[in-house]
Design a protein around this ligand. Structure first.
Ligand code: 26V
Length: 822
């Protein structure tokens, strides 16, 4: 019954043009005579959407018919970027569209460039979720993503007078990639009271009543796999006042204002993505978002399970739910509530089902990012859930007490409720207790969580509950789409495109590293990618950079732990060194372009200072006639996924220089190496595994190790902290007012000199500068440099998100791929 005609493709460029014209003339109600690029984008997208939705339907019917175990990936963030280029490549019809568009007088890049990014995420965590969706579909897994349909994604960043200014990202004015499902709605309850009612045999049931109802409406986004007809679903929930537009009773009674206010309050829930990353602020609206999305998703999942009429004990054989960080942890409580309060299961039986269903991925060890919610807030918003959390905690602590009868302190340490003023619910602990597996995202990170923040839980559950799944990236977007020429060159040399689905096949490149002709083609592509970035830099900043210079790039969220301040202090040091040279000596130096990009959370003052300093240094250095092309400092505004697709292929070296032990994994490090750039980095996150894979002669590592960080911090605070002399010179220059008024950056200097240098900027400065000298030297030998790049790419197969998804499937979800039969 599920068999249907497969999406047929466009039958060549003429077929595509026909579809495009049809959409312009009917769907958009315009004439081809005034079809501008925006209209051409819209019509092209609608034509491709038609293709996707046929495969989507077929996939969904097939999955329903097979009724095999499904994976549900719950994430508050999906940083998808643009969809059109990806859809064209994944269904293999980009050439057709290119030819058709060109015949109509359009360049395909201009059309692709019309699309707004779907920027429903902050950074690495959200982009990881997007890569996972691509891999799940490409590998034919039955999997759905669940998220929130924010009306405003991450803010757009403008740089005005060197400062970050945030502008709202209203991205939905035209979005052909979503299908509203006005018939798929869930009523979500907030506030109210809990009443206990006695039932037969002295059994008590809890009844949660009163409060207010908000309606969740489903919007479905098709996720096409690469070179397969599997097209999975990303379901995003949007909030709406229940009972339609507004309360008609209030309206008819003349209470217009309050009926409109109710409506607006409901819509506020899915209005905006929280722009913090790695900082928890405990806002009520954020908790509302979490419950709204979790309750709607679980209702949907349970509804689908119940259709199969299976007994409850089979639930975890049919359903695997992965929690992307602690943001969806309330799902654990909500499923327990559904099973006990609504479906009438016994506590133990229900809890068994719950813990077999969930897996939890931790993405950070930074204490300020660990979610905690005040007990009073949870009590007010979700009174029944708080009771269940207390019951889960009691049940858990009783087990711990039996296991450690003489240890009072462990109960206090591992309690889901922190006995502070006010009391707090520790979401990570709840997530651990309610899941069967907990994983970190790189080896070092997974080891660190076992020995630090979750140490007690390893004692309680044993080591097998804790595992590692090193992050990965999709080679479709991050090689094939972002770097088409390199992808094509590789395909031509290693016998076709198979590496895009089995990235380990890149290892066939290794023998070509010594091939002169190949190296030349490789360098030409890198140069062309640098020209493309230089053009973007010119457009966005007005600064001209020389594509022959060494491009040194750090793009990621601005955060003290990621140490953009170390980078810019290093740039100032380079500038001072160049200034001190004679003109003859200068002529011998290697020209460099230092590129920065990334957003600061709006309330993160120090991160905004860092952005300001980078821009201030840029305006001095870029206009210094002594320096010319030898050094340019660029801050690229509004770093996002579509800009990353241009930036990543253009780097010679990229910076992944977090204080050791702070960056859980990092994923842009993988993107840069996969695109033939080298890395300067610390022994942190996935840098360590990248080194293991590509070899330590192909990466520039520096700085202190994670194991020494604690002692160094202690020494800063309780011993003496002597600042590196070269760094001191940098500070003195800043204090002279070379980059603004003397006072401008005093807080950044004080953080190192007087406030304990928590991120070890001074400790690592010397080795950072020395390592950059090695980079310069290595770059002068282009033959060897290019060989290093080729060998590195050849050895990057491990970092495909396909490998990563296969590991989750086998060791956490217990699912196997099932292709749609044609
Ligand atoms: C936490 C919070 C706290 C409440 C406010 C909003 C918000 C948003 C995101 C987060 C999670 C921060 C954790 C995170 O983003 N971790 C990053 O995860 C990447 C994927 O695993 C990893 O590569 C990065 O190293 C890690 O920083």
């Amino acid at each position: 019954a599920w068999k249907r005609a497969q999406a047929q493709g466009f039958r060549g460029k003429d077929g595509f043009e026909k579809e495009l014209v049809r959409h312009v003339e009917t769907t958009l109600a315009r004439s081809m005579f005034n079809c501008d690029e925006k209209a051409a984008y819209s019509a092209t997208s609608l034509a491709f959407r038609d293709q996707l939705i046929l495969d989507w339907n077929r996939t969904q019917q097939n999955q329903t018919y097979r009724d095999s175990k499904r994976v549900y990936y719950l994430s508050l963030e999906f940083l998808m970027g643009r969809a059109l280029d990806n859809a064209m490549l994944n269904i293999g019809q980009k050439d057709t569209a290119k030819a058709g568009l060109s015949e109509l007088g359009f360049r395909i890049e201009d059309i692709i460039g019309q699309e707004n990014d779907a920027a429903l995420g902050n950074g690495g965590l959200g982009r990881l979720a997007a890569c996972f969706l691509d891999s799940l579909a490409s590998l034919d897994f039955h999997a759905w993503g669940y998220g929130l349909r924010y009306r405003y994604g991450i803010f757009k960043q403008e740089i005005i007078d060197g400062y970050q200014v945030e502008v709202p990202d209203y991205w939905l004015d035209f979005n052909p990639w979503e299908f509203p499902r006005h018939d798929v709605t869930v009523d979500i309850q907030f506030f109210g009271n809990v009443r206990k009612e006695s039932k037969e045999q002295g059994k008590e049931v809890a009844i949660w009543e009163g409060g207010e109802i908000v309606q969740a409406v489903a919007y479905d986004v098709p996720i096409p796999g690469y070179n397969t007809s599997t097209t999975n679903n990303l379901r995003l929930w949007s909030s709406k006042a229940s009972g339609g537009e507004f309360d008609f009773q209030k309206f008819n009674n003349g209470d217009y204002e309050s009926s409109v206010a109710d409506q607006q309050r409901a819509e506020t829930i899915s209005a905006v993505l929280y722009p913090n990353d790695n900082l928890e602020r405990g806002k009520e609206l954020r908790l509302k978002q979490q419950y709204f999305w979790v309750a709607a998703s679980l209702h949907d999942i349970v509804r689908r399970f119940k259709k199969s009429k299976r007994p409850w004990k089979q639930f975890a054989d049919q359903v695997a739910i992965q929690l992307n960080d602690t943001h969806p942890t309330l799902a654990i409580v909500e499923l327990q509530r559904i099973l006990v309060d609504i479906e009438g299961l016994e506590w133990e039986e229900a809890w068994d089902i719950v813990t077999s269903t969930f897996g939890y991925t931790n993405h950070t060890v930074l204490p300020e990012a660990l979610e905690k919610w005040p007990v009073g807030l949870v009590q007010h918003l979700l009174p029944r859930h708080l009771q269940i959390i207390y019951d889960i905690n009691l049940y858990f602590l009783q087990q711990v007490e039996k296991q450690f009868p003489n240890d009072r302190d462990i109960l206090r340490r591992v309690s889901i409720i922190e006995e502070s003023q006010p009391k707090m619910v520790r979401m990570a602990y709840l997530a651990i207790v309610g899941s069967h597996k907990v994983n970190g995202v790189a080896e070092l990170h997974s080891d660190l969580i076992k020995t630090t923040i979750f140490k007690d839980f390893v004692e309680i559950y044993g080591p097998d509950k804790f595992t590692n799944v090193t992050n990965g990236i999709t080679p479709r977007r991050w090689l094939h789409q972002a770097n088409p020429r390199l992808s094509e060159l590789i395909a031509s040399k290693i016998g076709g495109n198979d590496f895009l689905k089995d990235l380990t096949k890149l290892n066939k490149l290794e023998s070509l590293a010594e091939d002169k002709e190949f190296r030349k083609e490789w360098s030409e592509i890198k140069y062309a990618n640098k020209v493309r970035l230089a053009k973007l830099i010119k457009e966005l900043t007005g600064v001209t950079v020389n594509p022959a210079a060494l491009f040194d790039i750090q793009v990621k969220r601005i955060h003290e732990y990621k140490r953009q301040q170390l980078n810019i202090f290093g740039v100032i040091h380079r500038y001072l060194t160049l200034k001190a040279m004679s003109p003859e000596e200068r002529k011998k130096q290697l020209p460099r372009v230092s590129v920065f990009g990334g957003k600061a959370a709006p309330g993160y003052w120090m991160a905004k200072q860092i952005i300001h300093l980078i821009n201030a240094v840029g305006s001095v250095v870029n206009n210094d006639a002594d320096i010319g092309d030898l050094l340019k400092v660029i801050f690229l505004p509004d770093y996002n996924v579509s800009k990353a697709e241009i930036i990543t292929p253009a780097s010679d070296i990229s910076e992944h220089i977090s204080t050791a032990g702070t960056e859980a994994s990092g994923t842009s490090n993988m993107k840069f190496v996969l695109n033939g750039g080298l890395i300067i980095g610390t022994c942190d996150g996935a840098n360590i595994e990248i080194t293991r894979e590509i070899g330590d002669n192909n990466i520039f590592l520096f700085g202190n190790l994670a194991e020494d960080v604690e002692d160094l911090r202690h020494a800063h605070n309780y011993g003496s902290h002597t600042i590196d002399p070269d760094l001191n010179k940098v500070f003195e220059e800043m204090e002279k007012g070379t980059f603004g008024t003397p006072h401008d950056f005093s807080a950044m200097v004080a953080a190192v000199r007087h406030h304990g240098d928590y991120y070890l900027v001074s400790d690592d400065f010397h080795s950072y500068i020395e390592t950059h000298k090695l980079v310069d030297e290595a770059y002068r030998n282009q033959d060897e440099w290019v060989a290093k790049c080729i060998v590195s790419v050849a050895r990057m197969g491990f970092f495909s998100s396909d490998r990563c998804i296969n590991e989750y499937a086998e060791s956490i979800w217990n699912v196997e791929p099932l292709a749609v039969k044609s």
